[in-house]
Ligand binder design. Structure first.
Ligand SMILES: Cc1cc2nc3c(=O)[nH]c(=O)nc-3n(C[C@H](O)[C@H](O)[C@H](O)COP(=O)(O)OP(=O)(O)OC[C@H]3O[C@@H](n4cnc5c(N)ncnc54)[C@H](O)[C@@H]3O)c2cc1C
Length: 386
């Protein structure tokens, strides 16, 4: 068995793993292991990934600063305003102007951003695509990972960036508390008759939460978080019927819709790893935590992990990237933001998921009051859009 040694091995080359690899590349010998083939981006005007993310300005700047955001402007949407409606007249609006910013977030395809990150990584880190890790062990000095092609990698720090079902987290024996929401996130993309005006729209409805995110041109991407029966119903519709159902659910605010990417669905769960570090191991992104997509914060929290870990490992005096005291600092530094975002998204999901008529009145009143209460609204905006 041939052994290769690196300072840091990242398992999982999704957005979070790839951004971390890029942030560490100039300081450490890094390898990035991804079980799938390298990502491909589409440039066809009517071929769009069903996974669209709203990336906060701070995280976009992080990616741009490393040359990782080379996504053509024709594939990037802007969220300038966000209009959120309750199920009984409640309303809250967020406007980039309130933060003296150009936009609240940018919308981008998972595949386009991943391809851009991988391109930036070429020649800077060792990219191992199409191989899987099959065994892992950890001791005081090194982590050892065996691949299915017979290679063995030793490293001072292994990073689990391999998503919510993380293999590496399980191999390290770390528990993951998963509370399913009994919902799926149904995603699809549409062309719309009227301009969306760079406004994201969200409705808390009796049958779930529907979000319309602006894409470039007259296109939108939707996430409809709804129960299993409704999600199966939506996925069974043909393109025309789906477009009509989605347009009607949003009060036809953008006129008629036309489906450009058929519906796909992802199960939704609140997830928390019992610990985000262990001997010679750190967890980042969905491997460490998952949140309800209602605030579009999942991948943003993951970028936050990558930024934080990279910052801790950047100083010239750090000579061991897997040192226990550094990992403990990383765990402490991320705890508050992750807890706040999970609690906020989970609380909103429960509040609007309840059928209690008293709560219905209160939650709509609460939304409108928050809209009027400047300081609280500004705190929310700083959390979600920086
Ligand atoms: C419906 C829906 C909508 C969402 N919308 C948003 C949004 O608008 N904004 C937002 O911020 N977040 C959103 N999210 C959350 C977002 O999808 C995740 O938070 C994000 O993808 C996590 O990125 P990651 O890199 O940690 O994990 P992943 O994207 O899951 O990447 C993990 C990578 O690891 C690889 N891998 C897995 N196992 C192995 C292995 N054993 N060996 C090697 N490689 C492996 C996988 O192939 C994959 O490439 C949404 C989620 C859902 C379900």
């Amino acid at each position: 068995m041939k052994t290769h040694d690196y300072d840091i091995l990242i398992v999982g080359g999704g957005l979070v793993g790839a951004s971390l690899a890029l942030a560490l590349a100039s300081r450490w010998r890094v390898a990035l292991l991804e079980r799938s083939a390298p990502p491909q981006a589409s440039s066809e005007p009517d071929v769009w990934d069903s996974r669209i993310y709203a990336v906060s300005p701070g995280n976009r700047a992080f990616l741009e600063s490393m040359g990782g955001w080379r996504v053509p402007a024709t594939r990037v949407g802007n969220i300038r305003e966000m209009d959120v409606r309750g199920d009984d007249g409640g309303l809250i609006c967020f406007d980039a102007l309130d933060m003296a910013a150009e936009r609240l977030a940018a919308t981008v395809e998972n595949s386009a951003l991943q391809a851009s990150l991988w391109q930036a990584l070429e020649g800077r880190v060792t990219l191992i695509a199409g191989s899987k890790a099959v065994a892992a062990s950890f001791d005081a000095d090194r982590a050892s990972i065996e691949l299915d092609d017979g290679r063995k990698i030793t490293t001072a720090l292994a990073v689990a960036a391999d998503g919510a079902q993380s293999w590496l987290r399980q191999a390290a024996g770390i528990d993951f508390e998963r509370r399913p929401y009994g919902q799926l996130g149904v995603v699809a993309n549409f062309r719309c008759e009227r301009s969306h005006g760079d406004i994201a729209r969200q409705w808390f409805r009796n049958d779930g939460i529907l979000a319309w995110l602006p894409l470039p041109g007259n296109r939108i991407s939707i996430v409809w978080s709804t129960d299993e029966q409704k999600s199966a119903e939506l996925r069974a519709l043909d393109g025309e019927a789906l477009a009509d159902r989605v347009a009607a659910a949003g009060g036809r605010q953008l006129g008629a819709l036309q489906t450009i990417t058929p519906a796909a669905a992802f199960p939704l769960a609140l997830g928390k790893a019992a610990t985000v570090t262990a001997q010679r191991l750190a967890l980042v992104g969905d491997a460490a935590h998952t949140v309800h997509p209602l605030a579009g914060q999942g991948v943003n929290l993951g970028f936050g992990d990558a930024r934080c870990l990279a910052e801790m490992l950047a100083p010239a005096h750090v000579d061991d990237p897997g040192a226990a005291h550094l990992l403990a600092r990383y765990a402490r530094a991320r705890a508050e933001e992750v807890w706040t975002m999970q609690t906020l998204c989970d609380g909103l999901q429960r509040l609007f998921g309840s059928r209690d008529p008293v709560l219905a009145g209160l939650r709509n009143f609460g939304l409108s009051m928050t809209n009027r209460a400047g300081p609280l609204k500004r705190v929310l905006m700083r959390r979600a859009f920086q």
